[in-house]
Design a protein around this ligand. Sequence first.
Ligand code: HDE
Length: 749
Amino acid sequence: SKPAKVVKNVVEAAAEKVTDPVSPDVPGAPGSAPPTLAEPTTPHDPLPPKKEQGAPQTRTPTGAATGAPSTANGQQGEFLTTSQGARLRDTDHSLKAGPRGPILLQDHHFREKITHFDHERIPERVVHARGTGAHGVFTGYGAEEITRAGFLRKGKETPVFVRFSTVLGSRGSADTVRDTRGFATKFYTDEGTFDLVGNNMPVFFIQDAIKFPDIIHAAKPHPDREIPQAQSAHDTFWDFVSLHTEAQHHTMWNMSDRGVPRSFRMMEGFGVHTFRLVNAAGETVLAKFHWKPKLGVHSLVWEEAQLIGGIDPDFHRRDLYDAIEAGAYPEWELGLQVFPDTPEETFAGIDLLDPTKIVPEELAPVQPVGRLVLNRTPTNFFAETEQVAFHLGHLVPGIDVTNDPLLQGRLFSYVDTQLTRLGGPNFSQIPVNRPHAPVNDMLRDGFHQDAVHAGVAPYRPNSLDGGNPFTAGDAEHAFLDVPVTVTEAPKIRANPVSFDDHFSQARLFWLSMSPTEREHIIRAYTFELGKCYHQAIKERQLRCLATIDPVLCARVATGLGLPAPEPTEPPADVRPSPALSQVGREWPTDGRMVGIVIDADHDLDGVVAVRSAVFAAGMVPLLIAAHGGKVGELPVQRTFATGRSVELDALLLAGAPVPAPDALPARDAKAGAADATAVDPRVLLLVQESWRHAKAIGAWGAGVTVLEQAGVAGTPGVVTGGSATEVLTDVQRLMARHRVWERFPASVS
Ligand code: HDE
């Protein structure tokens, strides 16, 4: 038989090679001792636990130092290089076979530049594609009694990133369309990232996530013509919501002034779903999240929204950016409606798991638990705003989910969509998505892996990496899945019976509106249904309105030229919630836009004074004149060609500009010479539009002539006075109410 093969230690084998083969000291040499066998690697004791093994955090989204070298890679270097760092001589000409010859395949710089460019775009979000973001800071007020979440502790400051969005439109669509707005907040807390992915409306179209593709397919442009863009005023949307009546409450919110916000800074935000909060003692409550804007909730009027869609489609994006850059930092208070965690999960008869229902604030007041200030615009829109990835499963200890079937479905959807949108599973390593808490996961590899993970044992249990990482307990701020009892029930595709009420809260909202707001709602339904082609759809939606309110139904029916149907069931007996109305209170005017029409001949001293007074009041003055550059010493921000009333919150008239003779179009000779005192028609348009949109208007001196020529002198909300600053005081008082509400027709009481 063959002798057994002798396995040698590799080290010894190597030693044999370099040592004198005849030396008797060498193992294996004739006359030497037999070889001793050893393991290929030397076993060692487990390492002591590592302090932490954070994911690579070279810089945080808020710019906080992490100790690691910066990866900032902008246009700051001295020389242009390739992506590999080779300095370039020329980036304007491709490498050709002679000046008139074909491009050579070997031109790596050409191919790198074009290939990268070809892949610059990523898929836009399937919903909420159009949005804008900002960084800020959240400060807790203290809420230990109801939740152990550390970021709500009194005085605790947490960096945040917020993204506001419309839902339906593509990335390049207009900001001011009638739509719901997203209000998503990423809190980079010490206990992990918490995402509050909310909207500016507290209810949703559907009660079960499985219906999401249906509502979105219905609301997106028609599949054949791909129109209309970013609109709900079309047949497929109204077809769906009139058939799927649980959408009627949310639809009512969209048709109200909430569907056309004045500014992201002037929107409420809502978590929509009910969450479960747990405190350090393990006690739980149910809760709904609310954002309350410091500037109040305000809207555009519909004509303004439509005009802005053409004049400045980036209106909301610009407004947020300009306000932050100007130092008028937008602010919100985070508030909680808190309910006892009972087995029924209801409050005052309202099912807390039904996302088509609100709990009126009069029944459960919103308790403030912290303050949000947005104080920094993104450095790079794509890197931050476009790549931010929210997920309502990003929870922290003290906040847990409930069984709301819409919420449960969302828990699946967000990561799933981000895998495609951000190209793989490692999007949490993109700077804006990196947690500020140390990360020590065992997720490995995959597309776009940015981390160079050390260690050999990304599994548990292990002995090779010292057994770590270890799991945490309560004392170490571990996340707690609240051990709620899951009812023993059969598997079933059904909703609780309480979800069947689709109309009572739509009526509650309607009854809570002021007469002016109701008038706006009537007009919105009439506009939207008037854009539908199918008679049957209009009639079906009118039947829904009849069940909500017969007056609403009758008015919309008149506008459509259709008979008003009888309600199929008597309108619900509900109590209004005055907190839902936007009218009737006064709010700070910080960051509001005040247009001032000037000309070289009238009271420039007064303009200097009023301009300073507008700044001092925390508002933004825009001087509007016939031409750009300067009038006297004053810089002009808008001309009669570039300025339009829709970007203003109030208008002041210091001058009475008449058109320069050569600016007039050639007239019919019979019409004779133009009236030398006739104010420039573009100024009259500014005044008349401001008036029609119920904005405060003030004039002094020559400006009073303009009011007269525009036909608005002496009407509500039009003030005159002896001096510029006196007029501004009155105008600011009117602005605190947002609009001169008396100017709107208010036939519905
Ligand atoms: Fe979303 N939603 N959603 N949603 N949602 C997305 O996630 C989804 C819902 C909301 O600025 C998507 O990353 C389903 C309610 C905001 O990046 C997607 C359902 C509320 C944003 C998705 C809902 C929201 C999104 C698309 C029904 C208010 C923008 C891109 C169950 C509480 C976040 C993405 C941002 C984005 C799914 C309903 C808010 C497809 C399935 C209700 C603010 O995952």
